[in-house]
Design a protein around this ligand. Structure first.
Ligand code: SIN
Length: 541
């Protein structure tokens, strides 16, 4: 018995009828011009209401994703007059903000290098986009691959807007990071002879994504979190940073944390700060569902921006082509790109294979949106949703009988819960917000424009250009986590923290007033407020 409603099963029959002919011929790749045209016509970034100009701060006059501008043009969560900066609760060398892969690796490395570290995180250690990443980590480790190829693919995927010095260190460090993870004990997929399994992802012209089933992020997080605990690095959970602290010289000198349980503030004086607060998905850019963790509300961008840090490419949002569309309980959840990398086709309601799966994510998402919205070729759900099929049974047909169970155990399990056997039936998918391609501008040593402030992982910007390739994020977090830690430790050898101040917040508030901006929100948002959003929608519709 199928877990799909009868109306949807009709189109599965069409998909099955075209399977053998589809197997014989690939959809050709788009030309550069063809890709640009498709993106401009169909990618959500190009919708008129997707971006708007920001009126204050370092990016004044530039257009950024709408919902981020709302938060950047809001006053602070805290009243700077009500925080007593004379009472310092923690005094450390390095404050790391964020409990995902970037933050945890940065804290570990800074600790190993002798610094006195505090890691503060909004929820629990590991509650992050890292733990939800499925596909794996990209690195040129194979004989037919090279650092140069990985570099060129990454730049091409980023639509040639990546900061090249950042891409250079990303791809150079990549094989070392895979070795580091292996040495720590991460259980990578291997062939019977012990060689690492590598897969394709869109835009990579070689197989270079190293996986741990479709639970790669969870496996990496399991291991680095354990290391952090074993090393005894102090951790403050349920304690998001609500503002950075500066000293009178304009150097970053710590942060104000909020205890989510008691709602009290605490003051952390730090010689250096590493921001690793992750992404933006829970702002739901363009009102798409998201693959992101509940805490992904752009907090690091907000507090760094108030402190004077520049943002890059924050008009470029990544929509992952294959978010779950059915069952509705899984709406927007990630269906790893590794399914396409291992041979699953995207198919419309007529059983037609309409895009080459190894195009980059921005392109594949746009092709799905064109198929569903412009061409009317989507498959409808009984509750008004629409999507296309991801022909997962092809993975076993093209590989071997056990491949889905072996490499996609998470997906097989999640769908079995809803009566869908993805070995026999396809998965219904639609694009879902997945990643913020940009963020706080950094240099190859993870330095921001604010002395003493470093950034790593998804909250940082420049390395991915306008569109990240699959597998380059689990890489980015560890490359720049390491680099941020080393830079912070070097920096503190000569850093002296002056008197702590929140003057930059007062000045930001004055700028907002001078620009006549009256925004009732307070930021950072910290947690999405779905209930209030629903009430607002009902009231105004
Ligand atoms: C995926 O598995 O498709 C997501 C991993 C990534 O974003 O690199």
């Amino acid at each position: 018995m199928s877990g799909y409603p009868v109306s949807m099963q009709e189109t599965i029959k069409k998909l099955e009828q075209t399977r053998s002919s589809r197997l014989g011929q690939d959809v050709p790749r788009l030309s550069f011009e063809g890709r640009e045209k498709l993106l401009k016509e169909c990618h959500p970034d190009y919708r008129k209401d997707s971006i708007r100009q920001i009126s204050i701060g370092p990016n004044k006059g530039q257009k950024l994703t709408n919902k981020l501008v709302d938060l950047l043009e809001a006053k602070s969560y805290l009243d700077p007059e009500k925080v007593n900066l004379e009472q310092v609760d923690f005094d450390v060398d390095v404050l790391v903000i964020g409990g995902g892969g970037a933050g945890v690796s940065a804290a570990m490395i800074a600790h190993e290098q002798g610094a006195n570290v505090l890691l503060a995180t909004k929820l629990r250690i590991g509650d992050s986009n890292t733990i939800m990443a499925e596909g794996g980590i990209a690195a040129a480790t194979q004989p037919d691959d090279s650092l140069e190829r990985h570099f060129l693919d990454t730049i091409g995927g980023g639509r040639f807007e990546n900061k090249r010095d950042l891409v250079s260190v990303l791809v150079n460090d990549a094989p070392l990071i895979v070795e580091w993870l292996k040495d720590l004990g991460c259980m990578f997929d291997t062939h019977p002879n012990g060689d690492l399994v590598v897969s394709f992802a869109g835009g990579h012209h070689r197989k270079r994504v190293h996986s741990c089933k479709d639970l790669s992020g969870m496996e990496f997080m399991r291991v680095v979190r354990d290391e952090l605990y074993n090393k005894g690095v102090p951790v403050s959970e349920f304690s998001p940073a609500v503002e950075l602290l500066m000293d009178e010289q304009g150097n970053c000198a710590g942060a104000v944390l909020l205890n989510l349980e008691t709602e009290e503030f605490s003051v952390v004086r730090a010689k250096s700060v590493i921001l690793a607060t992750g992404g933006i998905g829970r702002l739901h850019p363009n009102d798409f569902p998201t693959t992101n963790h509940y805490g992904a509300t752009a907090d690091g961008l907000i507090i760094a921006y108030r402190g004077g840090a520049n943002l890059l490419h924050m008009d470029a949002i990544q929509f992952h082509p294959t978010g779950a569309m059915w069952p509705e309980q899984m709406l927007g959840q990630l269906i790893t790109e590794a399914c396409r990398g291992n041979g699953a086709h995207l198919v419309n309601k007529n059983g037609e294979h309409f895009i080459n799966e190894l195009e980059t994510r921005d392109t594949v998402s746009s092709a799905i949106l064109r198929e569903v919205i412009d061409r009317g070729n989507g498959i409808k759900t009984p509750t008004g949703g629409e999507g296309v099929w991801l022909d997962t049974p092809l993975i076993n047909i093209r590989g071997d009988e056990g491949k889905l169970d072996r490499m996609f155990a998470g997906i097989v399990h999640r769908f079995t819960e809803y009566g869908i056997d993805v070995r026999k039936e396809p998965i219904m998918v639609f694009p879902t917000q997945h990643y913020q391609n940009g963020g706080i501008e950094i240099d190859p040593e993870a330095r921001t424009s604010i002395p003493g402030l470093f950034a790593a992982g998804e909250c940082s910007g420049g390395v991915q250009g306008r569109n990240r390739l699959g597998g380059n994020s689990l890489l980015d977090i560890f490359v720049f986590g390491h680099r941020g830690a080393t830079s912070a430790v070097n920096y503190i050898s000569s850093a002296k923290v002056g008197k702590l101040t929140l003057q930059h917040v007062r000045e930001y508030h004055r700028e907002l007033d001078a620009a006549g901006i009256k925004n009732k929100m307070a930021s950072p948002l910290l947690l999405p407020d779905y209930i209030r959003d629903e009430v607002k929608k009902r009231r105004y519709s």
